[in-house]
Design a protein around this ligand. Sequence first.
Ligand code: ZN
Ligand code: FE
Length: 255
Amino acid sequence: MLSVTPIPAFSDNYIWLLRQDSTPEVCVVDPGDAAPVIDLLEREGRTLSTVLITHHHHDHTGGLPELIERYSPRVIGPDNPSLAGIDETVGDGDEIRVMGRLLEVHAVPGHTLDHIAYFTAGIPPLLFCGDTLFSAGCGRLFEGTPDQMHASLARLATLPDDTLVFAAHEYTLANLNFARAADPENPDVEQAVEECRRARELDRPTLPSSLGREKRINPFLRCDADSVRRAASAHGDTDTSEATFATLRAWKDHF
Ligand code: ZN
Ligand code: FE
């Protein structure tokens, strides 16, 4: 049985750890910091066999040099020449086998141009989406255009509703605060606020979420909902789904 657990890093990053009882070898996603990964591996007597990278930002890749030196793992990531340490570059449509599961690579440009997500079908399906899709939010547009991000999110939204969403940051409560403004009177948002507040009070992660849940609470996946379009219309163009997305993203940047 494959299990996925978070290794907290910095103030709000999660490095997702994939492990199986049958092997001491593990995989981590986006190790921005080596120390908490090494701590855990030492404690559990495990070794690092694979690293998955979603995009080049330092809080997702900063631990690579030390982890490579110590464990020589297979490092899989996007094709970006400025990103050192990747020995297996992957792109849209590629399939790779990791921890006994077949992972599909989806190009999801927007937050950065090199951003990719890893999806594996199965029970349940799993999605490692870095800084593209957050619970109740999405990544800032550092390199891509709103249309690119809108298309990337629309593509992720076609994955099964029971897909577990392993995002790279604990931003959920702040995102829900915005969701309340962008999707007022959505009872699912209010319920998520209660659930996530309770989780954070107990120092528990609000992740993984599921795609089905995100379709109900995430305003960036709800650009076609009347309530979202109405709220966004006070902040800019909402003539199309793409325009509503761009308006929401710009509004959130200053929220
Ligand atoms: Zn990032
Ligand atoms: Fe990040």
